[in-house]
Design a protein around this ligand. Structure first.
Ligand code: FES
Length: 83
């Protein structure tokens, strides 16, 4: 299942990295921007961010930030995460 079509990332790509990040820094929220940085890529349209958060939350193993109010696609602003 392709989750991010801009970067051609699958659900497995995202959850594998999210699990690794959670082991490296337990308790630190896993955000889409952290995952994309760890994968060596950058968010482009950010339309996938809501789905990435949902997958992380549903994995039951990881901590993610709640969905921002009024937005389905914004993460904390990090200029380095955008191409
Ligand atoms: S679909 Fe993921 S950045 Fe565009």
């Amino acid at each position: 299942m392709i989750v991010c079509s801009c970067n051609v990332l699958t659900k497995r790509n995202i959850l594998d990295v999210a699990e690794r990040l959670a082991m490296e820094q337990p308790g630190r929220p896993i955000t889409p921007a952290r995952i994309y940085r760890a994968l060596g890529t950058k968010a482009q349209c950010t339309l996938c961010f809501a789905l990435v958060r949902k997958l992380i939350a549903e994995s039951g193993l990881l901590v993610t930030c709640p969905e921002p109010l009024g937005s389905g696609s914004e993460d904390e602003y990090d200029p380095a995460a955008f191409g």
